[in-house]
Design a protein around this ligand. Structure first.
Ligand code: GLN
Length: 195
């Protein structure tokens, strides 16, 4: 059984848990305190508010533990705010949270009119059918450096990117019914089998 942790500090935690429960061979587990991170094979950073989650990561003193496991190869997937937490560069913010991916992220990048929207897209590396994508005050990636592979772009902006065992998406697959991204991530976790 693969144990996939969901950082349970704030945001769409339960939604990710419910999606993972639908996958065979995967046990979702909410993680909050340092010791929890030793017992998982992969980690999801949910959507929410990156400033809040970032502050809680620091209050709970989790950064060292998460980066240590990431550097040892544990897969991590950040959705929306989670993408911001993973980035080494946030274009419109001074902060760097976990700083694990070589991406330049713009927060709240879709402006007020398009704050939230939904679309469908075929992302061949992830699934053979169009996937519903939900954006909520979403970031996008303006630049991905060498080693970061672009999985999907929307209107010339990067919205899904992978770097080794790390994955970042601007949108929220956990708020749809489509399991493609959860399955894709579980597959990365299975191959990494780092525990
Ligand atoms: N706007 C949020 C942020 O900057 C992200 C929104 C989300 O996760 N849905 O952290």
């Amino acid at each position: 059984m693969l144990r996939i942790g969901i950082l349970g500090l704030q945001g769409s935690v339960i939604e990710h848990e419910l999606m993972l429960e639908r996958l065979d061979g995967v046990e979702p587990v909410q993680v909050k305190v340092k010791a929890d991170f030793d017992k998982i094979d992969g980690l999801i950073l949910p959507g929410g508010e990156s400033t809040t989650i970032g502050r809680l990561i620091s209050d709970y003193d989790l950064k060292g533990k998460i980066t240590q496991r990431a550097n040892a190869g544990m897969p991590i997937w950040g959705t929306c705010a989670g993408m911001i937490l993973l980035a080494k560069h946030i274009i419109n913010d001074d902060k760097v949270h976990l700083g694990l991916m070589d991406i330049y992220v713009r927060r709240n990048a879709y402006g007020s009119q398009l704050d939230s929207f939904k679309t469908d897209m075929l992302i061949p590396k992830v699934a053979g059918h169009p996937i519903p994508l939900v954006f909520i005050r979403a970031p996008y990636v303006e630049k991905a450096e060498d080693g970061a592979e672009v999985l999907a772009e929307l209107d010339g902006k990067i919205i899904a990117v992978r770097q080794g065992n790390m994955l970042a998406t601007s949108f929220h697959p956990e708020l749809t019914d489509d399991l493609s991204f959860h399955r894709y991530f579980a597959d990365i976790v299975k191959k990494a089998a780092v525990r």
